[in-house]
Ligand binder design. Structure first.
Ligand SMILES: NC(=O)c1ccc[n+]([C@@H]2O[C@H](COP(=O)([O-])OP(=O)(O)OC[C@H]3O[C@@H](n4cnc5c(N)ncnc54)[C@H](OP(=O)(O)O)[C@@H]3O)[C@@H](O)[C@H]2O)c1
Length: 342
């Protein structure tokens, strides 16, 4: 499987370490034919050495300008012209850019009938309908298991395990940073301390506003509404409340009343449309949502045929996200062998 990496940061490098350590994980092996970054140089050519690429970028490094495979192609040009089987898109989420430039990279790959795997929720949150239609028309797999819930089999569950069911609603705790900060408030801490603790744990970004203001939750909500319910919404359509105004006093008062404050993402069918929201809710302590501590996540899916199905994840880290991408790659490799599309 010839793979073009666009974005070679934390997730891509962890994936590279995993497949370099055990190449047999992917049927037929994985051959990197392009590795693109924003500011650390880019490589293109057959048989790139993934383990060496990881080493080159360690501790703020970059690809040497005189590397034999150094390229001046842009990531978009690479998506449009290089010879690859799968685009692994792992550039950052851009809310302001409405999923770009990842969206253009993915569109270019799918137009060429190439498979795409991404952990970037932006394209799914902003343009799932278009990308899915393109993928179907070109018979090209488009997989994104790690985009929500860091590799837990949420989309796989919905795709493979709920056949014949119509998803009527979902709810979830999907942002570990805000969940950990709310727990910190319950212990009497301040918002600033909670943010600092999440940053020290390597979970929150240097600029945590996307999490605190609910944008990350809104992007995940839009992604779930689009994929699970066929909605056509973007993060800007999601009614959004962050946790910036919540105080320790409120969090402790809720606890005294047998409840925990949680930032809950929701989607529900209303007639022909899907209503979506992200808001702080006081969840009863005996609800499974109240058990989600620190950086964990949970989703409850309601359908027309089953009682609610709940999937929970305990303390995911980078390995989980990289695993979700790996799982998608394995599925594509297996499909290619059998001549089927996931
Ligand atoms: N980290 C997680 O646990 C996690 C969990 C779930 C989903 N995700 C998603 O997975 C994706 C990758 O996350 P990450 O943690 O690996 O991010 P990261 O460490 O910030 O790495 C991002 C990579 O993308 C490159 N990049 C930035 N802008 C680009 C552009 N315009 N075109 C091409 N490449 C660009 C960066 O290059 P430079 O280094 O030169 O800037 C870097 O190589 C993100 O969309 C994230 O939301 C991550």
């Amino acid at each position: 499987m010839k793979v073009l990496f666009i974005g070679f940061g934390n997730v891509a490098r962890r994936l590279a370490e995993i497949v370099s350590a055990d190449p047999s994980l992917i049927d037929g092996g994985l051959e990197a034919v392009g590795i693109f970054t924003r500011s650390r140089g880019s490589l293109a050519g057959p048989g790139l050495d993934l383990a060496r690429a990881v080493d080159d970028l360690k501790e703020g490094g970059s690809f040497a300008a005189d590397h034999r495979a150094a390229t001046t192609l842009t990531p978009l040009e690479a998506s449009e012209t290089l010879d690859y089987d799968v685009l692994v898109e792992l550039s950052p989420l851009s809310i302001e850019g409405r999923g770009e430039p990842a969206l253009s990279h993915i569109r270019a790959a799918l137009k060429r009938g190439r498979a795409v795997v991404t952990a970037n929720k932006g394209p799914v949150a902003f343009a799932f309908g278009e990308l899915q239609a393109l993928a179907s028309a070109r018979n090209a797999p488009f997989l994104f298991e790690s985009a929500v819930m860091d590799g837990a089999p949420l989309f796989n569950l919905a795709r493979a395990g709920l056949k014949g069911c119509r998803v009527q609603a979902f709810s979830g705790i999907l942002n570990g940073t805000t969940n950990a900060i709310l727990a910190h408030l319950e212990r009497g801490g301040t918002l600033a301390e909670g943010i600092a603790a999440a940053q020290a744990a390597g979970i929150a970004e240097a600029d945590p506003s996307h999490d605190v203001d609910g944008w990350d939750g809104a992007a995940k909500t839009a992604a779930l509404a689009n994929v699970l319910m066929g909605a056509d919404v973007t993060p800007f359509d999601v009614s959004r409340q962050g946790i910036g105004a919540i105080t320790a006093t409120e969090a402790r008062k809720a606890l005294d009343e047998g409840r925990r404050l949680k930032l809950v993402c929701r989607g529900r069918r209303r007639g022909s449309s899907v209503e979506t929201s992200v808001a702080v809710e006081a969840v009863p302590c005996d609800d499974p949502f109240a058990l989600v501590d620190a950086y964990g996540a949970i989703v409850r899916i309601e359908t027309d045929r089953m009682h609610p199905v709940v999937i929970a994840q305990e303390g995911p880290d980078l390995n989980d996200t990289a695993y979700g991408v790996l799982n998608d790659l394995i599925e594509i490799a297996q499909g290619a062998r059998k001549g089927t599309m996931p």
